[in-house]
Design a protein around this ligand. Structure first.
Ligand SMILES: [Zn+2]
Length: 475
């Protein structure tokens, strides 16, 4: 049994390719992949406390997709550049596109002062797509004395179906032949490469700050917070010195990490040490079922209730409550307040039926949801309501948006959790909630694998104790 059993891909999912990469790697190098997971789960005490910002896996796995390696340099251009190199070195610069960019501002930032090139890029139907769509595209230019020789732009695929598998490479090239000098353009849809990357961090101010220091993209940080959402209350329980390690899929475009947002793969395994207690999560997919994260004993990290009605994000995690709660004069405060900008999506923490959606004094716009087991959740002060009374809602589905309606002095979500009509701490409920179960066969398979991992975990711990890898220490 190897770690490959942990990573089964779904047949018709964008992640299939990425997970298949892991499976392929696992198939070819089962021991090495196991070691990778081991390093993550067992050796994270070292990596987590060290200051190494970003450790690529020592056992680099082969990419699933063969990179399209079409040379972009035309022979003519090469000759031209070589001739020029005797006089002055051509200038290479790179940057990423920004929200307010124009062709002129972008070229200026890249050290290009070339009115003819700028005009061409603005008017050419292919080159003109440079600033369309998402920002954060990678732009590389080769210029000589401010004249544009070549520009290569890498950005996301336009279609949703290609977004997680391909990128668009746009090339503008100065060519010169008997017909004279002109620009030629090319637009290619090229497969992204996928690699697995391990990173670790230690909390000093916030989870996002630690993730930034480790070069972890926001989407991965968000996944970490969601995966451990029922273990750790990231608003109240995070401590300085808490640490994490994560193994995740990373996308590359022409061997460089993608610069645009939204392109980071799934977390494959992670460990979070909160106040000295380690929490583990490993992605596992049972044939024919949705994949999920499990702890090392096979207990699903998915629960009947989410810990928070707001998705964890850079915005919601950093938004401080800058107002004094009005509730002291309203009633005993029997809920949890989440400061967040107006319009932040609010989600149902569990499956249920909307029992009320409308206006109530004090609460403003409010939604009540009835869940199984005589449990009710309340979401108040909403700026908008997206559900109707009697409507069935799934866990995580959007029911409205944060606002300041009713008796609220600033935008926030007031959230209540009641069991049999009695108010309870939502985090307590989330932790105690029933978890989704694997079938008996899958559970047996998972446990067998987990045992192997646990044994290796122990070995890694022994090595640490023996001082082979140094002793981790809190600050
Ligand atoms: Zn409140």
């Amino acid at each position: 049994m190897t770690a490959s059993k942990f990573f089964r891909s779904r047949a018709n999912h964008p992640l299939t390719r990425a997970l298949t990469a892991f499976q392929l790697a696992a198939h070819r190098h089962p021991r090495r992949v196991s070691a990778a997971v081991l390093v993550l789960l067992g050796g994270s005490a070292v990596t987590a406390f060290g200051v190494a910002p970003l450790a690529a896996l020592p056992e680099a796995t082969p990419p699933a997709v063969t990179q399209l390696t079409e040379p972009v340099t035309s022979p003519l251009l090469t000759v031209q550049i070589q001739a020029l190199e005797d006089a002055t070195l051509p200038l290479w610069r790179s940057d990423v596109t920004r929200h307010a960019d124009t062709v002129d501002s972008l070229l200026k930032r890249l050290g290009v002062d070339d009115m003819v090139a700028a005009q061409f890029i603005r008017n050419d139907p292919v080159a003109g797509t440079l600033l369309q769509g998402r920002t954060g595209k990678s732009v590389k230019v080769e210029a000589h004395d401010g004249r544009l020789m070549r520009m290569v732009v890498r950005g996301p695929a336009d279609t949703t179906s290609d977004f997680d598998t391909h990128f668009v490479r746009l090339t503008v090239e100065r060519v010169s032949d008997a017909a004279g000098e002109r620009f030629e353009t090319r637009r290619e849809l090229v497969p992204l490469q996928v690699t697995e990357r391990m990173a670790s961090g230690t909390i000093r101010s916030s989870l996002f700050a630690a993730a930034d220091a480790a070069g972890i993209p926001d989407s991965v940080t968000t996944q970490i917070a969601e995966i451990f959402g029922t273990d750790i209350d990231f608003r109240r329980e995070l401590r300085q010195g808490d640490a994490f390690s994560v193994l995740y899929e990373s996308y590359l475009a022409d061997d460089e990490p993608v610069t645009w947002t939204g392109s980071a793969g799934r977390v494959l395994a992670a460990r979070f040490i909160n106040q000295g207690k380690a929490h583990n999560a490993v992605w596992f997919q049972e044939a024919g079922r949705k994949g999920a994260y499990f702890d090392l004993t096979g207990r699903s990290k998915n629960r009947a209730f989410l810990a928070s009605p707001l998705a964890f994000s850079r915005v919601t995690s950093g938004f401080a409550m800058r107002f004094h709660p009005i509730h002291k004069t309203w009633r005993a405060h029997l809920g949890v307040d989440y400061g967040a900008p107006t319009g932040t999506p609010v989600r149902s923490v569990g499956d249920g039926v909307v029992s009320f959606a409308g206006w109530q004094n004090g609460y403003g716009n409010v939604v009540h949801i009835q869940h199984a087991g005589d449990r009710t959740t309340v979401y108040a002060h909403l700026s908008r309501i997206d559900v109707r009374r009697g409507e069935r809602v799934d866990q995580g589905s959007r029911i409205g948006a944060v606002g300041a309606t009713g008796w609220a002095t600033g935008p926030h979500l007031h959230f209540e959790f009641k069991v049999g009509g009695r108010h309870v701490d939502p985090m307590t409920i989330a932790r105690a909630a029933e978890s989704l179960q694997l079938s008996p066969q899958a559970l047996a398979q998972f446990r067998q694998s987990a045992t192997v991992i646990a044994q290796r975990l122990d070995m890694a711990d022994d090595r640490q104790t023996a001082g082979v890898t140094g002793t981790p220490r809190f600050e």
